[in-house]
Design a protein around this ligand. Sequence first.
Ligand code: SIN
Length: 529
Amino acid sequence: MAERSYITPVWQNHKQLDSKSYDVIVVGTGIAGMTVSLSLDSKLRIALVSKEQFTESSTYKAQGGMAVAVGPDDSAEEHFADTVRVGQGVCREEAVNLLAGEGPAALEFLQSLGADFCHNQNGLDLTREAAHSRNRVVHYYDYTGKYIAELLADEVNRHNNIERLDRSFLVDIVTAQDGCCGCIVEHNGRLVYLRAAAVVVATGGYSGLFKRSTNEVSASGDGIAAAYRAGAMIADMEFVQFHPTAFTTLSGKVFLLTEALRGEGAVLLNSAGDRFMFNYHPSGELAPRDEVSRAILRESTRQGGETIYLDARHLGKEYLADRFRQVYSELAKNNYFIERDTIPIAPAAHYTIGGIKTDLWGRTSVGSLYACGEAAATGVHGANRLASNSLLEGIVFGRRIATYINETYSAKREPSELSAGVTAATGSYTDLNALRTKLDGVAGVVRRGEELEAMLKWLSVGETNHQVSPVDHSYHVYNTYQLAGLLVEAALLRTESRGAHYRSDFPGKNDETFRKHILQQWGRKAVIA
Ligand code: SIN
């Protein structure tokens, strides 16, 4: 990316800011952030920072469930094998081992807090999702994320050592000579310096950068951008997972139609009413998400741009209205009845695999700075995430971070000098809508080098055009530009197709050069390693 210069960071004068001290700061209130907070030693004073309302997160929107190998015919080895197969050669296998192996303990953690997932006559009702070789998805009807988020939030509210800082936007991470020592947040238009011996970033992913996304615009990867500016290593930004079956509501919002529908037998039809998925992949509708998304686009193009439909009519009203309560009622509000109608769908950005590179304990390349959940790049997802592995990742790696901090915590002295590693979030008022629309076209399901290159140029011009005062709501805009730049740069560098990243100008895999990761770090050239 082009060299950029930034305004003087206001918080070099941090002593003039209001400040508060904690032992640990956790930023983000999805499954990962709340799990860390609840698993830390209750003697530690924790600030739990959320950008929006406390329970607003991508976790809250998760429908399908949590993959965990607890079925009688299942094992951690099989969960591992499915995850690695879908990850297309670039999963970090030690991390996948932990994910699959610690899955049952993660489920017990939720059950110990009172989670009571759906059951059938044999015990837990384990559903199937694409590319799983077994039924292994634990769920609560079709609003598993909301169920878990509310359960964790109730528990957080019972913990006196956790202070909630709602509606506080992470502006930047503060570093000193020996690593991270806090962060700057903006609350009600004021900047506040929060000090702590450890900061955990669990702020979610960047799918909200895309106009057509199952996430809210607020899923803008702010924690990843802040960590990048603080010098943390960022990895795998090009891998954005598109969910094949997203429905557009009458008001223009994108609403997810959970993969569990296909897991339970729903099929995809072209505009002639014919199933087509087996023409593209031997697993049909249960092929990995990237394959299904591309097949939908190809089939639609083959038919001259016609719409593709999801058909669950044969499953019947009684079953659909109970098992898929949220989907059923949202579609009904839009005059679609899933037992009667085929439902128009198209892919949408859904989950971002890239983020802040961590080790197996959630440690980043900056001392005392940790990351987990969608904000982190632990390596478990490789080039493509296996469905329903993300809630599990949030718990497994959230608990590992807490274990590490509990064992190693020591209060830091107030640093005398903050490092210049704090780079102010500043930015441009260039039309965010234009950026999001452009990103859909250029960095969507299918990408091409020339367009990526042109977009990278467009982004760097936009960035240097204007500078705005830090004390306004431009942080979000700035982060969007910064992350779009990282994403497009990584997508341009990966001149092959693998998992969620597909280049029409390089449709094959190139294991020799690219069975690796694209790593990006502030002030350094991106590397493939
Ligand atoms: C879905 O319900 O289809 C989404 C599940 C996931 O993204 O893991």
